[in-house]
Design a protein around this ligand. Structure first.
Ligand SMILES: [Fe+2]
Length: 311
């Protein structure tokens, strides 16, 4: 029995009352968005004949999602965060902003407050037997290819277990392990001395993985390193690099991989002199090109709730 009630006066009056569209009170913008989303949900219930049992399963899923603190993780896993990137890319294209290192998703695991160093920072605070030493270095340049001095390059990544400090359920990592911030020198150079990350998997008992299981999808990411690059001269860049050779590079559950964000991993020696844990180490050169402000402002700066800590 598939009845359709969406277009009835009763249902339309209910939608209008619930979203309170046209009221003098509340936020007109929120009323507009709620009206649209709730209306789309009502219509979907009609069109797909979604049952009360399915609706209540969904409602209680939101409770679990909140208890697990995974709403931002689910946003990445369902491609919502990637969709925002697709829109920002399209807006850049429409505004004829070209070049620059590609953006990709921030993800939910940034922590503000990493100690800021000049040009070079060693960020592996805790020993990690299973992770080999890694240097990530490069030059930050502006739209004309000129080195940018004083840009703040932040990076964060997982350990050899796929866990991030601050969010590590084992408690094995201290605050800001594998998280760093450096200010570029006059030559625009930055360097992080760290350990090789591995890929990340969604918490197996969490709400995100629960939904992915039902969708028949995995919840894994290839090994990667996140970056923010901030300067008052150009637009902030939010991006990541993948570790070349990871089998999941093109099968990332969060859809963050991009062609230009897989720099080669090079074998090097001389790590001891750099304070690395072995003389042989791996190096990734990742050069970062920033894009210009638009009419003096960063038109794509994203404000969202972020964790913070003090070192
Ligand atoms: Fe990540």
């Amino acid at each position: 029995m598939n009845v359709k009630v969406f277009d009835t006066k009763e249902a339309q009056d209910l939608l209008k009352a619930a979203a309170n569209v046209g009221s003098e009170d509340g936020s007109a913008r929120v009323q507009q968005i709620v009206s649209r989303l709730l209306g789309d949900l009502f219509k979907a219930i009609d069109d797909l004949d979604i049952t009360p049992d399915e609706i209540w399963a969904g409602v209680h899923y939101f409770n679990k999602l909140g208890r697990d603190g995974e709403a931002a993780l689910l946003a990445a896993g369902l491609g919502l965060e990637k969709f925002l990137d697709i829109r920002m890319d399209a807006a850049d294209k429409a505004a004829e902003i070209t070049g620059g290192t590609p953006r990709t998703i921030e993800g939910p695991l940034y922590v503000a407050g990493a100690p800021l160093r000049d040009a070079v920072s060693r960020i592996d605070v805790n020993p990690d037997e299973d992770a080999g030493p890694l240097v990530i270095r490069g030059t930050v340049t502006g739209p004309d290819g000129e080195p940018v001095a004083g840009a703040v390059v932040e990076c964060w990544h997982a350990n050899s277990k796929g866990f991030y400090s601050h969010f590590d359920p084992t408690g094995a990592q201290s605050e800001f392990n594998l998280r760093g911030a450096v200010s570029t020198a006059v030559d625009g150079k930055y360097e992080f001395r760290t350990l090789m990350p591995v890929g990340y998997g969604c918490p197996p008992q969490g709400a995100t993985q629960q939904l992915l299981d039902v969708l028949g999808r995995h919840g894994n990411r290839p090994a990667h390193v996140h970056f923010f690059v901030t300067t008052d001269k150009y637009r902030k860049l939010t991006t990541q690099i993948n570790i070349e050779g990871d089998p999941l590079i093109w099968d990332d559950f969060a859809y963050a991989t991009r062609e230009d964000l897989i720099p080669p991993v090079v074998e090097k020696i001389g790590g001891t002199a750099l304070g690395m844990k072995t003389d042989a180490y791996k190096e990734i050169e990742f050069n970062i090109a920033l894009t210009p402000l638009v009419q003096g402002r960063d038109n794509q700066l994203v404000n969202r709730l972020r964790a913070s800590a003090t070192a």
